[in-house]
Write a protein that binds this ligand. Structure first.
Ligand code: TRP
Length: 321
């Protein structure tokens, strides 16, 4: 099956990104045809500092490679290295109604926050549809917040196929039940925009400070604790197997548990989980030529697949005269 997803180059990678999307993508590459990319065209809707966009894109590439994306096994690329995606965006724009775009939650949320919307932000879901339809992707692993965008892609594809004949594959969102929402240190969804993230490659002191500030309740030490409503518990168990989860539950139910101690343990657990990746990432960050080489090869391979669907679309709408 063809599996595809992209990630914004929006700064430091956090536990939410990793468990909701990246970890699953890396697992999918074992048995599926994986398309994985850095969405820098989309980032233009929010980042207007060129040096920053460049830097973040490079870091995001190194993050993925360090965490285990294998460029030989999968299609790994930067969105803007495939200019065909913008051509398809234009073609799809003509089967996308204003009403559909106006109903997009993420657009409405951003507008409600006072962000002055430009055309790029409004058309964001059409570009995302092109990202998906260009390669005939079937399964789209995303967090809950992107579900509507994938459904819109489906709507756009259906409309296109009805108007011009069977052209595109209809994709489905793939949202994991158990890790649908990963809480941040304040208990809301972990998200850069809420400032509540635990960044996986943060220096030790910073990581410690963040983990120590995970919000917990004020149950006295000598009383049993409620693990069900505890953020610290939810974050810690991301790293535990069934056995480990059981043990931690027992510790919560027994009087005497100190949240501070659990937090200190958690710092070590996170650090050691990501330790091998951290070293690999440092090396990649220093070896720009090697990384650029990988990305050029990835783009070439990916463009070849994209051209198939683009040519089909061009033909079916009558652009090939
Ligand atoms: N909009 C997605 C996000 O912000 C990123 C994205 C762009 C994407 N194109 C995509 C995700 C295609 C999946 C498939 O997280």
């Amino acid at each position: 099956m063809r599996v595809l997803s992209g990630i914004q180059p929006s700064g430091s990678l956090h536990l939410g990104n990793y468990f909701a999307m990246m970890k699953r993508m890396i697992e999918y590459q074992k048995n599926h045809e994986l398309f994985c990319f850095i969405v820098n065209y989309h980032a233009l809707t929010t980042v207007s500092d060129a040096a920053m966009l460049r830097q973040r894109t490079f870091e995001a590439i190194c993050d993925f490679l360090a965490l285990g994306i294998d460029p030989d096994k999968s299609y790994f690329y930067v969105q803007s290295d495939i200019p065909e995606v913008t051509e398809l965006t234009w073609i799809l724009s003509n089967v996308t109604s204003l009403g559909l775009l106006e109903r997009a939650h993420s657009f409405k949320d951003k507008k409600a926050k006072g962000i002055v919307a430009n055309h790029g932000l409004f058309a964001y879901p059409v570009l995302m549809a092109a990202d998906i339809l260009l390669y005939g992707a079937e399964l789209i692993p995303v967090g809950k917040d992107q579900k509507q965008h994938v459904e819109m892609t489906r709507d756009i594809a259906i409309r296109f196929n009805q108007t011009y004949g069977e052209t595109f594959v209809l994709p489905k969102p793939d949202i994991p039940r158990d890790v649908a929402t990963i809480p941040g240190i304040d208990g809301q969804k972990m998200s850069k925009s809420y400032g509540n993230t635990i960044d996986i490659f943060a220096p030790k002191d910073e990581m410690k400070k963040t983990v120590m500030s995970i919000v917990t309740d004020s149950t006295p030490v000598e009383e049993p604790k409620n693990f069900k409503t505890c953020n610290l518990f939810k974050i810690y168990t991301l790293f535990l197997d069934e056995e480990g989860k059981k043990e931690l539950k027992h510790r919560y139910l027994k009087p005497g548990l100190k949240y501070g101690e659990v937090k200190k343990e958690l710092v070590e657990v996170i650090r050691s989980y990501f330790e091998p990746y951290r070293e690999k990432r440092e090396k990649l960050l220093q070896d720009r030529d090697y990384v650029m080489d990988i990305m050029h090869t990835g783009a070439k391979k990916t463009r070849a697949v994209g051209l198939y669907y683009l040519e089909k679309a061009r033909e079916n709408v009558g652009l090939n005269y």
